[in-house]
Design a protein around this ligand. Structure first.
Ligand SMILES: NCc1[nH]cc(CCC(=O)O)c1CC(=O)O
Length: 317
């Protein structure tokens, strides 16, 4: 017997958010033809404040809070996020119910037409690179002291327009976002983990729902990709233990080989003068414990002092 049930999905309004949410809706519609999926899209604080560097706004849940209120109030059943934007500690009553298969989590360089002949390493002294991420800034400053860095905000189209207008010589953006929005051909250089570790959860979607809402959980779990989920749970446990928000220079890289998960983690000073890096490996089924343990190892090497100093200067993002 078929029942017609409606499940409501909360999403940000940005083009990238809607592409991602539409993908989730289409996949779930195929898997559950008897369920009707409705999308409620809205702007978040992070979408509205476009004139301040993200690190200065310094709010946890900048891109997620409005969607979470919808779920808590029962007006939506789940929310689709770029997992990178979802804080590691969720509000009471909500949970991360599903992690989807990850795109390439690397950061990528996009360049102005006149810089096509160069890579990061060979760009002329003083070339201006746009990024709004302290993590990218710190690691790239460390490796490429010949470059200048400048904040950039706005959605992907706005940022690319600023680049093409000549305001920047290059931009650092997530490979995944560029690829999902059809700008894959603008990726000039993929930045390897030896140069810059990516953000926790980058390239994966996280689906958040009410804690214990078994009916919704059963549906969204259909999109869970176990290796991605294990990698991202390790990365999130690492970040949680370091008490870092999305706007601190914390980077990670994970790989899974058979049952073994390798997690690399980094904490950096804002100017990139000091990078603390280490790695840990163990059973993928113990992802959380591995993340927590690696965070402890970095703290022993001085990561706590670096982060405290950053919280004192830019606030706790
Ligand atoms: N907060 C910005 C944000 N959140 C998710 C992505 C890209 C897609 C992803 O990392 O999953 C981006 C843009 C960027 O970092 O270039």
């Amino acid at each position: 017997m078929s029942s017609t049930r409606t499940i409501r999905i909360a999403s940000r309004k940005s083009q990238l958010a809607l592409v991602q949410t539409h993908w989730v809706r289409d996949e779930l519609s195929k898997a559950f033809p008897d369920i009707t999926f409705e999308i409620a899209s809205m702007s978040t604080k992070g979408d509205k404040i476009l004139d301040a560097p993200l690190a200065k706004i310094g709010d946890k849940g900048l891109f997620t809070k409005e969607l979470e209120v919808q779920m808590i109030d029962g007006r939506a059943d789940f929310a689709v996020h770029s997992l990178k934007d979802l804080p590691t500690n969720l509000p009471e009553g909500l949970m991360l119910g599903c992690v989807t298969e990850r795109e390439d989590p690397a950061d990528a360089l996009v360049v102005h037409e006149k810089c096509k002949a160069y890579q990061l390493e060979t760009l002329p002294e003083g070339s201006v690179i746009g990024t709004s991420s302290l993590r990218r800034l710190a690691q790239l400053r460390h490796h490429y002291p010949h470059l200048k860095f400048k904040d950039v905000r706005g959605n992907l189209n706005t940022r690319l327009a600023k680049l093409d207008d000549g305001e920047y010589d290059g931009l650092i953006l997530a490979y995944a976002g560029l690829h999902r929005l059809g700008f894959g051909d603008r990726i000039h250089q993929s930045i390897p983990p030896e140069i810059s570790l990516h953000a926790v959860g980058q390239g994966a979607l996280g689906i958040e729902c009410r804690d214990g809402d078994e009916e919704t959980l059963k549906v969204i779990k259909a999109l869970e990709h176990t290796p991605t989920a294990q990698r991202c749970h390790a990365e999130r446990a690492f970040l949680r233990e370091l008490e870092g928000g999305c706007q601190v220079p914390i980077g990670v890289n994970t790989t899974i080989d058979g049952d073994n998960l390798l997690l690399k983690g980094l904490v950096s000073t804002l100017d990139g003068s000091k990078l603390i890096q280490d790695e840990i490996s163990g059973p993928a089924t113990e992802a959380d414990a591995l993340g927590t343990k690696l965070a402890g190892m970095l703290k022993e090497q001085g990561a706590g002092e670096i982060l405290q100093h950053i919280f004192d200067t830019v606030g706790r993002g």
